[in-house]
Design a protein around this ligand. Structure first.
Ligand code: CA
Length: 226
């Protein structure tokens, strides 16, 4: 199993990242300080480090330097300010990627996958998601059933991927809103219903009796598990 170490002092942020990463089948360990994070790295040899810049105990830059000094574990830096990114690049720390806060957890998962792919081409994760008779190409952004290609909007595509990657798992409207918008504001959940309706109209053979996108009464939606 691929292990991700999160070194971040914002507990809520760590919690959200953890749940998204675990959902993507990563094992997650975390530390809330720079110095303890470095110890965790030494003890657990993670496959990738998500590293906050401003940390108690030891600055994120020093943590990165210490890691780089010993090993080439991929590092993604999390920074609160855009100006910091220039500084980081200037320092040539050898971080593999930078993500500026605020970010969507989904974006972080995508970056983690991309950095791991680059670092470890042999363990490449699949670019094609197959769910029932649909073939979703994550690179080409296409959805096919046999020879039929469906024309989806970017929002519809993200929604479909989120659901189809985990058949049978129920997503609340708020979770899906976060997937398509990066953030989720309560009160806007019903916009998801409109997107699902459009998706069904495009994908389902009979939108009134959906075979792919099932409504879970009182909660949200799920992709049907075969
Ligand atoms: Ca911080």
């Amino acid at each position: 199993m691929t292990t991700i170490l999160i070194i971040e002092d914002e507990v809520e942020l760590t919690k959200v990242l953890r749940s998204y990463l675990e959902r993507a089948n990563y094992q997650v360990i975390s530390a809330a300080r720079g110095d303890t994070g470095l110890t965790s790295w030494e003890n657990s040899h993670p496959d990738l480090v998500l590293l906050d810049l401003n940390l108690p105990g030891m600055d994120g830059l020093d943590v990165a330097r210490n890691i780089r000094h010993k090993d080439d574990t991929p590092i993604i830096m999390l920074t609160a300010r855009i100006e910091e990114i220039d500084r980081l690049i200037g320092l040539e720390l050898g971080a593999d990627d930078y993500i500026s806060k605020p970010f969507s957890p989904r974006e972080v998962v995508a970056r983690v996958k991309a950095v791991l792919r680059r670092a470890n081409p042999s363990r490449e994760s699949p670019e094609i998601v197959r769910a029932m008779d649909l073939e979703i190409d994550l690179n080409a952004h296409t959805v096919k059933r046999g020879k039929t290609t469906f024309d989806l909007t970017p929002t519809e595509f993200s929604l479909l991927v989120a659901l189809a990657e985990f058949p049978g798992r129920v997503f609340s409207r708020l979770q899906l809103l976060e997937v398509v918008q990066g953030t989720a504001y309560e009160g806007y959940e019903r916009t998801i219903d409109a997107h699902i309706k459009n998706l069904r109209a495009k994908l389902e053979k009979n939108p009134k009796k959906p075979q792919y996108l099932e409504t879970v009464f009182g909660i949200g939606y799920r992709f049907r598990k075969e």
